[in-house]
Design a protein around this ligand. Structure first.
Ligand SMILES: NC(=O)c1ccc[n+]([C@@H]2O[C@H](COP(=O)([O-])OP(=O)(O)OC[C@H]3O[C@@H](n4cnc5c(N)ncnc54)[C@H](O)[C@@H]3O)[C@@H](O)[C@H]2O)c1
Length: 327
């Protein structure tokens, strides 16, 4: 199926995931256009060989013009920062929920043949089973999860009611080279940045009970291409590694990758973030998806990429002492 699409549009193509996706599409010989307003992009220059439309997904007319001749669209653009969604929930909702509706309407009018909506595992809220499959209840507890879920539900409703040819991917915790350190919240990059600056790794919550599903960005891209290629329209897919990793495991992996035992500074009394999180990826594996980058390999590569003294992580955690989430 993927070979049937020549012209591909990537919203958010200047961002972390969008750049990796764009490279993969160029490698496949696709003609790639990007829509991005560069709000969180680390560079405003588009990958060579692409056409850049420097605009906001909420600019109705300009978006309609830009998407006009696209066969396949990946809607990646979003506020991806959970902390910003807590401090500025309205901005988060305007981009992720309203922005997705405006963008999807333009896609409907343009008769695009397939749309991949990049959602997030944050739509699930506090996990109730391990691993969690796509039928797990969706009860997000941060505004970001709510706005991503709203975008997802909107796309799926437009599929049922108006024929928007959409499939949905729910990435877990994505890491790899090219993140914006001021925005990125996933522990792998944050922990490495502290460690490579000889600073203690800051861990919020219980170092052993807190687990996550870390997926390398190149595996995420393979997952997105797989659902673009083979998924039935209207379906939703987890995209993760399917491997549960505790904060202690991650710290140890970083120590092994760098040859230096990390110092850690734990804030155990903030329990809101202490939950297990691991995706059931069997539905996507049924389409042939096979995550290929182990955490050890991904951490080694990222440490090499960041080098000595990389920029320190920006956003603080969204959780504060005394704040209580769902148990
Ligand atoms: N990084 C992760 O761990 C992770 C996990 C789950 C889901 N996701 C989802 O993956 C997608 C990409 O995340 P990312 O980590 O690459 O984030 P990112 O911030 O690096 O990239 C987002 C891109 O979208 C652009 N953008 C933001 N608002 C826009 C707007 N209104 N109009 C046009 N462009 C706009 C930004 O400038 C940026 O280039 C997002 O949809 C995010 O919700 C990311």
């Amino acid at each position: 199926m993927l070979e049937e699409y020549d012209k591909v549009l990537v919203s958010g193509g200047l961002g972390f995931v969008g750049r990796h996706l764009t490279s993969a599409l160029l490698f496949l010989g696709k003609e790639v256009a990007i829509i991005d307003n560069a709000r969180t992009a680390t560079s405003i220059s588009a990958p060579s060989g692409t056409t850049l439309h420097l605009l906001d997904i909420r600019e109705v007319d300009a978006v309609a013009e830009a998407v006009d001749d696209a066969d396949l669209v990946f809607h990646v653009a979003a506020n991806a920062n959970g902390t910003l969604s807590v401090t500025q929930p309205r901005l988060d909702f305007e981009i992720n929920a309203l922005g997705t509706l405006i963008f999807a309407e333009a896609l409907l009018k343009a008769s695009v043949r397939r749309v991949v909506y990049v959602s997030s595992a944050s739509v699930y809220g506090t996990p109730r089973k391990f691993p969690m499959d796509e039928d797990h209840p969706t009860r997000p507890f941060v505004p970001y999860g709510a706005s991503k879920l709203s975008g997802e539900i909107t796309c799926l409703a437009l599929h049922r009611a108006c024929g928007l040819p959409v499939v949905v991917g729910r990435p877990f915790c994505v890491y790899g080279p090219g993140e914006n350190p001021h925005e990125a919240m996933v522990e792998v990059g944050r922990f490495l940045r502290w460690h490579l600056n000889h600073q203690p790794i800051q861990i919020v919550g219980d170092i052993d009970r807190k687990t996550r599903d870390f997926v390398h960005v190149t595996d995420l891209v393979q997952g997105l291409l797989t659902i673009a290629d083979r998924a039935e329209l209207g379906e939703v897919f987890n995209i993760g590694s399917g491997t549960e990793v505790s904060m202690r495991d991650l710290v140890n992996t970083i120590g092994e990758a760098t040859g230096v035992t990390p110092e850690v500074s734990v804030i155990p009394e903030i329990e809101d973030d202490t939950y297990r999180l691991v995706g059931d990826i069997s539905k996507l594996q049924g389409l042939g998806y096979r995550p290929a980058v182990s955490l050890a390999e991904g951490v080694r590569d990222l440490a090499d990429h960041l080098g000595a003294n990389p920029e320190l992580p920006g956003s603080p955690t969204i959780f504060s002492r005394g704040q209580h989430g769902e148990s």
